[in-house]
Design a protein. Structure first.
Length: 413
């Protein structure tokens, strides 16, 4: 069995000076930004998961789902085990723009399911007790760029995976769930951490301001020597004396955070759904490999911090992954609305209208796919909203910023 390169070899392969190793749970000396890798002392043929730890994670996070359903501990463990690399010692790679030492401490102290101190790499806490881990790190002012290079080097040199590994899974270290460009591992797990619950506002407080030296027993007329003496006659109040009554002021209550609402559904026509699916297929199957190839070629030209071609390719990759995530989000929330069957204007209808003696044709679409220049008019726009539900021959008055405009529906396709 051929073992893939360890953490130190991966760091040296991308041109960084490896520091370490340090045992898991021991302090790491890196004070600046950089990348850090966690590895086993020797490869293991199967994932050494502790079922009870997986169960505690599942119990701690009620919203955790596997492929949209609430899993059992064994089903969740099986999915995690399917991503294991039996011939690889590196199990996690991360980056930080602040302090490597603080980030590693946060990783070691993390409780699976919590949002803090840092949930990246929390799968490492699901391994059996006694599994020995060690840390390597390297300081750099370009941590994300070098982490991307390390992940590419890992993908190019890793061994074979377990046979039930998901077909669309990325070639990442086992506990690494995303790339710095936003590309996420296809593990099917959602809700892996507790939701970010807004903090309860503090109750209003009352602050009493007391002048200096005016506390109880601190006034000169109240202090004594401990000897018995005749009581003094009350002195006449001075005309210039300022009242020492305590003043009260209210501390304003902090504003309550806005309520967290569920993502709104995205209404799409069947044609729009097909266009988005085709675009996503083009971006993932064609454009993504092209950009990755450009990054690998540019990386061979020299220092990543001063490599203009590498930076340009990385920026293009960021935009590409952002577009992929946006399309995937729309498809997850998509609600396909069928055309009106009774001849009325509806979502997806191609409408020809006449106004001022001129005819215009456009398609009524959802707001997410609107493009007036391409003839796609949003159903939420003044004209689109006014035309919904009308038949050919109907006349509709539409209020626009320029005044009221009358449209006549000529035909509906």
């Amino acid at each position: 069995m051929t073992t893939s390169p360890g953490a130190a070899a991966l760091l040296r392969e991308v041109g960084l000076l490896a520091d370490g190793p340090a045992r898991w749970s021991r302090p790491v000396g890196g004070r600046g930004p950089g990348i850090y890798l966690v590895e086993l002392t020797a490869p293991l043929p199967t994932a050494p998961l502790e079922l009870s730890r997986v169960g505690k994670w599942l119990e701690h996070v009620p919203g955790l789902r596997l492929n949209g359903a609430r899993p059992t501990s064994r089903a969740l463990s099986a999915r995690l085990a399917s991503l294991w690399w039996p011939e690889t010692v590196v199990v996690f790679a991360g980056a930080t723009t602040t302090s490597i030492g603080r980030r590693v401490s946060a990783l070691v102290e993390h409780v699976p399911g919590e949002r803090a101190p840092h949930p990246e790499g929390q799968w490492l806490h699901l391994l059996r007790p006694g599994i020995e881990l060690r840390l390597w790190w390297a300081q750099t002012d370009a941590p994300e760029e070098y982490l991307d290079a390390v992940l590419d080097a890992f993908a190019a040199s890793h061994g074979s995976a377990l046979p039930d590994r998901p077909a669309d899974a990325l070639e990442l270290p086992w506990a690494t769930t995303r790339r710095p460009t936003g590309e996420r591992q296809a593990h099917g797990i959602s809700g892996a951490v507790l939701p970010d619950v807004p903090r309860e506002p503090e109750p209003p407080r009352r602050v009493v301001e007391i002048p200096a030296g005016d506390a109880e027993g601190a006034r000169a007329e109240e202090r004594g020597t401990g000897r018995l003496r005749e009581p003094r006659r009350p002195a006449a109040p001075r005309a210039t004396r300022v009242s020492a009554q305590p003043r009260e002021r209210s501390v304003p209550r902090p504003p309550a955070p806005p309520p967290v609402s569920a993502p709104a559904p995205v209404e799409l026509s069947s044609d729009a759904l097909a266009r988005l699916e085709a675009e996503l297929d083009e971006l993932t199957r064609v454009r993504r490999p092209e950009v990755v190839a450009r990054i690998k070629t540019a990386r061979e030209l020299g220092d990543l911090r001063e490599n203009a071609e590498y930076q340009t390719a990385r920026e293009e990759q960021s935009f590409l992954e952002g577009r992929i995530q946006a399309i995937e989000d729309r498809l997850r929330r998509a609600v396909v609305v069928t055309d009106q069957a009774d001849g009325r204007v509806g979502l997806g209808s191609t409408v020809t209208v006449e106004t001022g003696g001129e005819e215009t044709t456009f398609t009524i679409v959802g707001s997410a796919e609107a493009n007036p220049a391409a003839g796609r008019l949003s159903a939420a726009s003044p004209v689109g909203a006014a035309l919904l539900g009308h038949h050919p021959g109907d006349e509709v008055d539409v209020r626009t910023p320029r005044g009221s405009v009358r449209y006549r529906v000529v035909s509906i396709d």
